[in-house]
Design a protein around this ligand. Sequence first.
Ligand code: NAD
Ligand code: UGA
Length: 482
Amino acid sequence: MQNHIKNICCIGAGYVGGPTMAVIANKCKNIQVNIVDINEKRINQWNSDDLNNLPIYEPGLAQIIKVSRGKNLHFSTQIKEKIEQADMIFISVNTPTKKSGVGAGKASDLKWVEACARQVANYSKGHTIVVEKSTLPVRTAEVIKSILEQSQVNSKYKSSTSTFDVLSNPEFLAEGSAIDDLINPDRVLIGGENENAIKLLNDIYLNWIPQEKILKTNIWSSELAKLTANAFLAQRISSINSIGALCEITGADIREVARAIGSDSRIGSKFLDSGPGFGGSCFKKDILNLVYLCEYFGIPEVGNFWNSVVTLNKWHQHRISKLITNKLYGTLSGKKLVILGFAFKKNTNDTRESSAIQICKDLLEEGAILHIHDPKVDPKQISQDLDLTPNENIKGSKEKGLEGSWFKVKSLDNVFNEADAVIVLTEWDEYSEIIWEEKASQMRSPAWVFDARSILEPRKVVDAGINFWRVGDGLDRSNNDA
Ligand code: NAD
Ligand code: UGA
């Protein structure tokens, strides 16, 4: 029986694997932590001497990497060797929505998880604890166990002396605050059967997390709790955005409504910010996965309930682009719109499922010329997300300056010249520092600012002579009446 873990291998060097393992290495100096990935470019970026070149941006991450990398934290593509050496393996690979076949558009595609299980089955030596870190459909551990058990019976790579335990240890970090969330989590969840395996994982976290925050459940509860947590969080955002739409019609203000309901300790004040709709790689995919599971297990009514959270979010994104078009006299053709922010939230360079993608696509369809700024997102990523390079328009023409095209913006200095409207889509701090008095004279009249993140002070925009709309605000601020 093992007493403690000496060597960890994490398969998947992404938004979860990278920061999570960096913190474990940082807090557990006696454990060697290897992070492996099939993506060589990503591994090279993690190994880059210039810490500005790490593949993901997270506040505090670079400092942690600097301290631990090369000591007990290593990034590599040597999957076989690192699995062989490990006594605990975290599976932290992507689990996107299936694109084709049974469950397409809803179920999680587990091909990367299955590939990991096969790699572990083939290469591991002695006893290995396999930890599900990826977000997985409830009962996935069964699949992983089955693959591992088969390898014990029938392996062309090795003798069948390897043994395994499987644990579920879902990750609850949010991007942009990943390091803080990992260092001081609300809870750590460990699901499993084998007491010793659970204890060994528990002891790793105990290096910096108090025991009372480490929850233990059966493995299925742990898998399902992760999907449920994301569904509940996303549900709050669709709920607040749905009421925000009603505020805009009735003269109420969603910030005041949120404060009033959030003061009820049963509801709580967090996660009640109305915005352009939720983005990020996980909320939509995890809810759709939950919907699929409900349908699969014969309770479509429950699936429909959760599906409405996703439907409302999409509706809300389109609602914002339609509203912008309406305020600009029903046509955006050839109009210059400055887009402030493309990431799905501040403090990340991640654009996966960002509401900015859908809203910008809608505006391009209306013929707008977009000037897109984001302090952290690579313009190449924006091209990929919009399926459009900066020098072409949506009809495929390569001439510059045509309607339905976009430009990358490096600095905010001159971008407001001749702009018809400015649209805030990500709540980066620097946008709340813009001096609107200076910008108003540069913009084309009647100028508009649309604040989908509620980060601007209405009076400062309106006093500068600019029409102002913000999400969930029932007060009409288009006539200088803020
Ligand atoms: P990601 O796409 O950023 O990273 C996954 C990495 O796994 C990729 O670099 C990919 O190349 C690698 N990979 C895939 N198959 C591999 C294999 N067989 N061998 C080696 N490497 C392989 O994904 P992510 O955002 O880190 O998410 C990972 C999981 O964690 C998902 O299930 C997600 O739902 C969950 N999760 C994500 C977040 C988040 O904030 N992004 C938070 C909590 C949980
Ligand atoms: C979310 C969860 O918060 C994490 O606990 C979870 O681990 C993670 O998903 C995951 O499984 O991937 P993340 O997507 O990184 O984290 O970021 P959030 O802070 O949850 O924001 C998600 C989206 O909701 C963003 O677009 C954000 O702008 C939006 N949001 C959030 C609002 O519109 N209003 C709010 O009040 C909060």
